[in-house]
Design a protein. Structure first.
Length: 280
């Protein structure tokens, strides 16, 4: 009697092939990443997959403070603002969630969802902004991103307000901010397509294009300036504080011998300045 031919083994997933390819058992996170890079070099996974795996591993080392939108660059709505005014901000910004504060900007009362506001207008309802608010989640700057991501998934929240050690508002963080640490930048129709990988670039007419996220000490080193970084870490935070409100594209500020022209900004943050030596 003839025996049945042996059945072909089921195809292995890329993860199973990686596990088999690992030489020994990595003893540290660095060794694991190195083994994964060897697996990528051997064609077991793509560059994009390797980047996501590395991002997922490294996100456990990051805290909320590493990725949040700082207070100086966040947009919040006043609870007593007229709904028509609020609608204008929502439409112009293109964002879907907004923190709402009382008289004290450290008093965050809740989160406004754009869809709740638009539904209110479409149904002709007479409501105040306070009546439209959803509960707000407050988290410390030190919370780990992997823990926050799990909490976002379980609670189905997409935004949290970050508070400092004194209970004041330090900034805000969204689920998109966390996911970008794993999958890379997530662009939408409101994001600019230009490459912002270089913080300081030579611009036309002798200007320099300076990212708002440029550390003040890096700006000082590049231009020989002496701006203090005791209160603010970034050029964007410093300029926003000097102007006194979230800068809009086209605004100018002369400071410390330089003219800062707001080249790019949206409803949440200033993004880039055109900087030149200021002629008194």
């Amino acid at each position: 009697m003839s025996e049945d031919p042996p059945s072909s083994p089921a195809p292995r997933s890329w993860f199973e092939r990686i596990v088999q390819a690992l030489s020994g058992e990595p003893q540290s996170r660095e060794e694991l990443i190195e083994e994964l890079r060897h697996a990528q070099a051997n064609g077991l996974l793509s560059n994009d997959t390797l980047s996501m795996v590395e991002g997922a591993i490294e996100v456990a080392d990051l805290s909320v403070a590493d990725v949040m939108v700082p207070r100086a660059q966040m947009v919040a709505l006043a609870a007593d603002a007229p709904l028509q005014q609020v609608l204008g901000v929502v439409i112009e910004s293109g964002h879907s969630r907004f923190p709402v504060h009382g008289e004290d900007k450290d008093e965050i009362l809740g989160i406004l969802l754009a869809k709740d506001l638009l539904r209110c207008f479409s149904e002709g309802a007479h409501a105040t902004l306070r009546e439209l608010l959803r509960p707000v989640t407050m988290i410390p700057e030190s919370k780990r991103l992997n823990i926050l991501l799990k909490e976002f998934r379980l609670s189905r929240n997409h935004m949290a307000i970050v508070v400092d050690e004194y209970g004041g508002v330090a900034g805000l963080v969204t689920i998109e901010d966390v996911l970008e640490q794993i999958v890379g930048d997530i662009d939408d129709e409101h994001d600019d397509d230009d490459d912002e990988g270089t913080l300081i670039q030579a611009g036309p007419n002798g200007d320099f294009l300076v990212s708002a996220l440029t550390p003040i000490d890096e700006f000082n080193e590049r231009f020989g300036s002496e701006f203090s970084d005791e209160e603010f870490d970034t050029v964007g935070g410093m300029i926003t504080a000097q102007i006194g409100h979230l800068p809009e594209a086209g605004e100018d500020l002369a400071l410390g011998g330089f003219l800062f022209h707001v080249a790019k900004a949206d409803a949440r943050r200033v993004q880039q300045f055109a900087v030149r030596v200021h002629e008194a």
